[in-house]
Design a protein around this ligand. Sequence first.
Ligand SMILES: [Zn+2]
Length: 256
Amino acid sequence: MPPFPPRLLDGKPSPTPIFWPQAIRIRTTEPQAAKIDGMRVELTLDEGGKQVFAAVDLPVASYVQKTSLIYPFKGKGIFTNAGVTNGGHRNRSGQFALDGVGLDDRYAVYVDGDGSKSTDYAGWGRTILAPAAGVVVEVRADRPDQPDPENSDPQFFAPEYPNGGDPGNHVVIDHGNGEFSLLAHFQAGSVLVKLGDHVAQGQPLGKLGSSGDTNTPHLHYQLHSGPDIVWSDGLPSTFSNVDEPVLVRGVYFDAK
Ligand SMILES: [Zn+2]
């Protein structure tokens, strides 16, 4: 963790706040294939000409998902952004998040036009479903959609998100086992549930939209460890209605 407030190389304070503890994520497929159960990470940092050495021994473990999830919309789609080790979401709770864009039956992204209108998108307005049963512990339903679906205009972010990351209209479901689902960017006026509602798996929650920080109508989905959508720990997720074994950026899917 850096000293706060963070400083730039010239000693001036950073013009933007840094919200996240600095973390190093290591992307590798070898540990599982080679049944490696630990790794040693050594770091040498240069601090004003002085070398600082640090080492840590880390266990390598697999997370076993507790909740049986369905992907929260039906039909074809593509993941346009995934977790931190896939070049995607870098925040703590979203480090395994998936952005799903709905596609039509021929895997096309537009059903009309060139993407300048929300209604051009095959996924626009697709029904968003509860990925598993649970209790609604957070709901936001008052946000507008981005008027230009290709431009994430900060003017349309909620005031609490001046630096981006606004989930727009969103729902958080507590699955009752330490796992929580966040579904974000619902279409304005479409959210069907309220705080405290018990939902069943597959129950409609609202419609795919473009509220908050988004430059394509899509569903942001993440599984995480607590009710707080910012400070919980992100968890990897798989879905019983999606066949693809690895869900990363660029993967096409057909959710049954
Ligand atoms: Zn996202």
